[in-house]
Design a binder for this molecule. Structure first.
Ligand code: ADP
Length: 287
């Protein structure tokens, strides 16, 4: 049976299922603020908390911004927001006529986080799923992101309500999966991978964080968790490896003191290049 899906190649039984899936997916999508022009959205996910998802989000944002892209970070980890601390910002977002303006970091990265809206940054967010989902949607619909080349979304860990809201209401172009060596060998990462596959969101690749420790005296790489299984697992799941990050006290210190944009470390530089190639957008100054 033919139907009108807007695709001229769609004819009798050829692509009905995918069209229906596409239509269903589109129906949940929220419209961004009319003053936002966001070219690419990258969600950074992990199977569980504490593996360095926020650190990788921030690192990628810093690298893309250094490359000259207009970069933004949406902190969708509503119950454990850590992006403002990593960038050392405390300013409240300005609430203008058309919506909220994100706060700019010292190098010009736009940030929106629930922690910037709370009265005290130590106030806990004790909200039920629908309220959290509503806030995430509002970060998309009510925030004026202006011209943004790359938006990185720091997701809630796991495969619950909040990540589902992001995947359904925001047009995510790809996801980066962050894992620790121990998490990699469990099934937790695979759950995140399968969720992305079920939602039809391209997986840009895997980042293994806390891979090893470099001895400050001899430079030897100490594998605290034994040999890495990154290659075989990435191959088994058919996903690209974006990079490996060692345990690095400089990174931890920069994240804890809000001086993340000063880091010299370009440990994920290769990942930034791969993403540039995969998503392929033109910067304002290249036009
Ligand atoms: P998540 O977002 O997955 O919960 P975070 O990015 O907040 O995890 O990281 C948890 C803690 O571990 C933070 O204090 C962070 O600074 C630290 N950390 C993460 N990755 C590294 C690393 N490669 N080297 C040193 N400390 C790290």
């Amino acid at each position: 049976m033919s139907h009108d899906c807007g695709d001229k190649n769609c004819s009798d039984g050829n692509c009905c299922t995918s069209c229906d899936e596409e239509k269903q997916k589109k129906s949940f999508l929220e419209k961004p603020n009319e003053l936002s022009n966001i070219k690419k959205v990258i969600a950074v996910v992990s199977g569980k908390g504490g593996v360095g998802k926020s650190l990788v989000t921030s690192l990628m944002a810093v690298l893309m911004s250094r490359k000259g892209y207009k970069t933004a970070v949406m902190d969708a980890d509503i119950t454990g927001p850590s992006i403002p601390k990593i960038f050392g910002i405390k300013e409240k977002p300005f609430n203008g006529e058309g919506g909220f303006f994100p706060v700019k970091t010292k190098t010009g990265i736009s940030i929106m986080s629930i922690n910037l809206l709370l009265e005290k940054e130590t106030d806990p967010v004790i909200w039920r799923g629908p309220i959290i989902a509503g806030v995430i949607k509002q970060f998309w619909t009510d925030v004026i992101w202006d011209e943004t080349d790359y938006m990185f979304v720091d997701m809630c860990p796991g495969t619950g309500d909040a990540p589902l809201t992001v995947f359904q209401s925001i047009p995510v172009d790809g996801i980066i999966i962050v894992t620790s060596p121990q998490e990699l060998v469990s099934m937790i990462v695979e759950k995140a991978v399968n969720m992305a596959k079920m939602m039809n969101i391209p997986i840009l690749g895997l980042v293994e964080n806390m891979s090893y420790l470099k001895c400050p005296d001899c430079g030897k790489e100490i594998k605290l968790f034994g040999d890495s299984h990154l290659e075989e697992i990435a191959k088994g799941m058919d996903i690209d490896i974006l990079g490996r990050i060692p345990i690095d006290s400089e990174l931890a210190k920069a994240a804890d003191t809000g001086t993340f944009e000063d880091i010299k470390n370009e440990v994920l530089a290769q990942a930034a290049e791969k993403i540039e190639k995969k998503l392929n957008i033109t910067k304002e100054n290249d036009k």
